[in-house]
Every structure is written in C-alpha cells, then in structure tokens.
Ligand binder design. Structure first.
Ligand code: P1T
Length: 390
C-alpha cells in the first residue's frame, strides 16, 4: 500500500480530509472516480503507479482504504463489495477445525454466514454472551480453545455493550484474533484498535456511506501480517467494490462527525421519551441511565449512538401495527442513514436467526434515528403509538 501523510488532527477534521489530498496533477479537491479496469505496464511487470488490474487495486478504492485506516487509527485499510464480503474475508483467516466465538447478539447475516456456510467447512461457531468475561476466559482456556472472537458492540438489535479492552486482553493471552464490528458505533464513537482489537470491520452501507445509496464493507488493522493475508484473499476471492461505490462511501464519510453527533442527540431524546411511555415495556439504548452497561458506555463510547430498540407491551401484533403506522420513520431494513428507519428484527433483519441462540423477541421494534428535527420524529412515534393501541 502507498504511504500517506500521518494525520494528527482531531477526528472531525480527519473525517473531512482523510483520503482526500488534492490531486497532484489537476488540483481536484475530490478524488477522481477511476474507472479503468487495467493499467499500462512499462515492460512486463513494470508498474507505473503500483496499479495493475482493477480487482487487485484501484486509485479510488485506495483513497477509501486510506480514509478508513486514518479514521480507525490503523495502518492498513481494505474495502469490499459489502459488509458481509468483508466478514467473509476475515473468516478466510480461519482453518478447518478452528473455533470462532461470536457475540450472542449480532446482525443475523453474520451469524448465518458462520453457522450455515462456514460450519460446512469445519469452522465451529459458538454464540456466547461476551459481557460474561468468566465465560469468555473459559472459552479460551478449554480443551478446544477459540482462535477468533467476534465482538459486535453495541449489538444488533439488542444494543448490548461489550467491554472491548477486556475481551481483547483475554483473546491476546490465548493468541486469538479479536474482531470488532464497529458498524453501529463508527470510529466517531469508539476506536476498537485503540482498545486492543486486531481487526475492525464495517458495513459501510450504514453510517459511513450515510445516505442509503451504497452497499460496501471495510476492514482496518495495525497488523502487517493480518493485512497481508486479508489483501491476498481480497484479490483471490474478488469481492471488491466498484470505484463509484468507493467514491460514494468517501463522500458520506466527510460528514460522519456531524451526522453522528446529531443523530445520537436525537436518539437520546427519543429513548428517554419512549422509556416513559406506558405502551413500552423496555427500551434498549446505551444512553439510558439504567442500561446494564452504563458505566462501560461512559468509558468506551464518546456518545451512545443513534440505534435503539424497544419492546411493546401489546406484543408482536402491536409491533406490526406500530411499524406500519409511522410517517417519517420508513419501514425498511438497514440503518445509519440521514433518514430515520423502523423495522421489526424478528421477521426482518434477524429472520435467519429464528430458532437459534440469537433469536430476538417478536415484540421488538428497532429504530435507526436520523438527523431530522427531533420534535417531528417524536410526534411521528406518538401518532404511531396511538394508531397501534387498538
Ligand atoms: O449489508 P452488508 O453491507 O453486507 O453488512 C452486513 C452487516 C454487518 N454488520 C452489521 C452490524 C450489520 O448491521 C450489517 C447489516 N445490517 C442490516 C442490513 C440491518 O438492517 O441490520
């Protein structure tokens, strides 16, 4: 990977400038979308710019890879065609007979890939409550110790918060790799590599892209050895993003700090309001004083984020009526964009984990809170609660 200048500025400044050095030839302040699939060689194997073939590397993709490395405090960044393509690439680090420990609350597709695909190739995945550090220590110490631990924090959709430093310390002692899916938090809120994780992963489809208009995945690391193996598989397996998709993710990343600040402030207001409503049984939000990990949230996260979920007393039927009754919150899968979204995890994003240890309550509603005026969002939820009451 090419060298790039060390960035010492504050995070908000980095989000605007990372990966976006003005072009030395044209002065363009926005990285060009380089569509060429191949690059002229000066004699066989003589690469002018380090680029050879578009699957192996592309200038627009490199700018994005540099940008995520900068924001995560890494030395290597890798871009993929989706969050799950990035997840798949990390799983390639495992060997048949290895064991993977996974949070017992993760995106349904992550569990499906491990449990339904990789299990067939001899990788055993166990779901574990990674908040229980004694259980984590035991899983690394037993007769069949794990080689990798998969931390998703805050988790999708129950907003569990896991102590990254503590898990990474236990994994390091056992020689295991700690992976943190940082999709819900983003590097604006927490930087897992600073806390001892080996790899950080993103569905760039979410907050990094930020506008519901691009599917992408990213990985960042400080380990030369892991980066080398990941880059080999990135090219060998080929699930790379298009240059245009890389451009869109970078365009979104420029405003990450302001979007996260605003969306998180909105979510806090809505979580507090929902927690007081008689129709609501329980709210899951890391910013509530009664969140089970409130102290850890203070230490580990800059702000509590913009994802929340809650359980309705009226059960699954009320949850379905409620999700169909909002006006501003659009009923749709995905999260992390400027517009607010609502979904029911059990029949939607987590349908693939029904009948597994990761099954979620049927009356659970998940909100991805956007950057609209919070008074309008609250009024929308209030009207939907009234409409769903009967
Ligand atoms: O959709 P894709 O870009 O492949 O990313 C997968 C993924 C990985 N990690 C987390 C924490 C995720 O939430 C996701 C995708 N999640 C949804 C589509 C969703 O609505 O929860």
């Amino acid at each position: 990977m090419a060298e790039w200048p060390e960035m010492t500025d504050r995070f908000e400044t980095l989000t605007v400038h990372a990966g976006a050095e003005p072009d030395t030839h044209t002065g363009a302040v926005v990285p060009a979308i380089q569509m060429s699939t191949t690059f002229k060689q000066d004699g066989v194997g003589g690469l002018r710019s380090g680029f050879e073939y578009g699957r192996s590397g592309n200038p627009t993709r490199l700018a994005l890879e540099q940008a995520i490395a900068t924001l995560e405090g890494a030395t290597h960044g890798l871009a993929y065609a989706s969050g799950l393509a990035a997840t798949q690439n990390i799983f390639y680090l495992l060997e048949p007979g290895n064991r993977l420990l996974m949070s017992d609350d993760v995106y349904g597709g992550t569990w499906r890939l491990a449990d339904k695909v990789w299990r067939r190739y001899g990788i055993e995945t166990d779901a574990l409550d990674l908040r229980d550090l004694d259980a984590v220590a035991a899983a690394f110490a037993g007769g069949h110790p794990a080689q990798m631990v998969w931390v998703e924090t805050p988790s999708n959709p129950m907003l569990k918060v896991i102590d990254i430093s503590a898990v990474a310390r236990l994994a390091a002692v056992a020689g295991a790799i700690t992976v943190v899916d940082n999709t819900f938090a983003t590097p604006y809120i927490q930087r897992p590599l600073d806390l001892g994780a080996d790899l950080v992963l993103h569905s760039a489809t979410k907050y990094l892209g930020g506008h519901s208009d691009v599917i992408g995945g990213l990985v960042a690391t400080r380990s030369n050895a892991l980066a080398e193996r990941l880059r080999f598989h990135q090219n060998a397996a080929g699930a790379v993003p298009s240059p245009f998709d890389c451009f869109l993710v970078m365009r979104g990343m420029r405003t990450l700090a302001v979007r996260m600040e605003r969306a998180s402030a909105n979510a806090r207001v809505l979580a507090l309001w929902l927690a007081d409503r008689p129709e609501v049984e329980r709210v899951h939000y890391p910013g509530l004083p009664d969140h089970p990990a409130a102290g850890l949230v203070e230490r580990q996260m800059r702000v509590p984020g913009a994802m929340l979920s809650f359980e309705l007393r009226g059960g699954e039927e009320q949850a379905r009526r409620f999700a169909g009754a909002t006006r501003l919150f659009t009923l749709a899968e995905s999260l992390g964009a400027v517009e607010s979204l609502i979904e029911l995890p059990a029949p939607m994003t987590h349908a693939s984990v029904a009948d597994s240890p990761l099954a979620v309550p049927p009356n659970l509603v998940r909100l991805s809170v956007g950057i609209e005026a919070v008074e309008d969002l609250r009024a929308d939820l209030e009207a939907a609660l009234a409409a769903s009451a009967s």
